[in-house]
Design a protein around this ligand. Structure first.
Ligand code: ATP
Length: 242
């Protein structure tokens, strides 16, 4: 579904992505893990067109989207939930969700809203509340819900668990699995919480200094001693209560 070949991009004189190649197949959850500053967010941002790719190609469903502007990607079926949520703080929860559906057939709105509220029932009683007054966890739910309102076939999720309490982290990961299963949405997930992310991933990549250094199934990387030492503190520190 998504094929990235030899992708390079960066900011000014700094080249962050040093020639990234990876594939995400239809229906799978693929995860990208890596240390702070490795370039994970830059990869998702480059997929969305900002910063622009300097070299290489991005193909989505057989179509070259390397230079497709961000607003057209939504119409093609790609939604990006950025790091730090970036909801519209002065708009209500409902307005944020409506914005997520701007490029879609209005016939689907009620169904899509229903699905988002089934995933995040906490939002239902807060539809008239301004986004900026939600808690961090609720804002993350709203950001994912807004991304889903465009019925994406590919969902790009950047650090959805960042800064959330363990129980909310668990809900977010459960929801990611549910979106993938129920809607058959393909997911490319960037995560610092390697243990939780690898557990639910079909495929995973490790990024170091803007290059992919390791790849395999989620289970393979979960069992890899280098990955455990570098990103999981033995897998114990990042475990959340059952
Ligand atoms: P984290 O897990 O901390 O979010 P990351 O792997 O997502 O890290 P990026 O945010 O992609 O890493 O950053 C990669 C490099 O690019 C870093 O050195 C960062 O300082 C630099 N960088 C990111 N955004 C910009 C920008 N807008 N202008 C200049 N440099 C940037």
């Amino acid at each position: 579904m998504l094929e990235i070949r030899d992708l390079r991009s960066g900011y000014g004189l700094i080249e962050v992505l040093q020639g990234i190649s990876l594939r995400v197949e239809t229906g799978e959850i693929a995860t990208l893990i890596g240390a702070n500053g490795a370039g994970k967010t830059t990869l998702l941002m480059t997929l969305s067109g900002q910063p622009r790719a300097r070299n290489g190609s991005i193909v989505f469903d057989g179509k070259d989207i390397t230079h497709t502007p961000m607003h057209n990607l939504v119409r093609l079926g790609i939604a990006h939930v950025p790091e730090g949520r970036h909801i519209f703080p002065r708009m209500t929860v409902l307005e944020n969700l409506q914005l997520g559906a701007f490029a879609c057939d209005p016939k689907n709105f009620a169904d899509d809203l229903d699905f988002a509220l089934t995933l995040f029932p906490q939002l239902e009683s807060r539809m008239a509340q301004r986004g900026g007054t939600l808690s961090g966890g609720e804002q993350q739910m709203l950001a994912i819900g807004r991304g889903l309102m465009s019925r994406p076939r590919l969902l790009l999720l950047d650090e959805p668990s960042l800064g959330l309490a363990p129980l909310i982290v668990r809900q977010v990961f459960d929801t990611i699995r549910l979106i993938n299963r129920e809607r058959k949405t393909t997911i490319l997930l960037v995560e610092q919480n390697a243990f939780q992310a690898l557990k639910l991933s079909d495929k995973a990549y490790v990024m170091v200094n803007g290059a992919i250094t390791l790849s395999g199934t989620g289970a393979e990387l979960l069992g890899n001693s280098e990955v455990q030492a570098a990103y999981m503190e033995g897998g114990l520190a990042q475990t959340v209560p059952a």
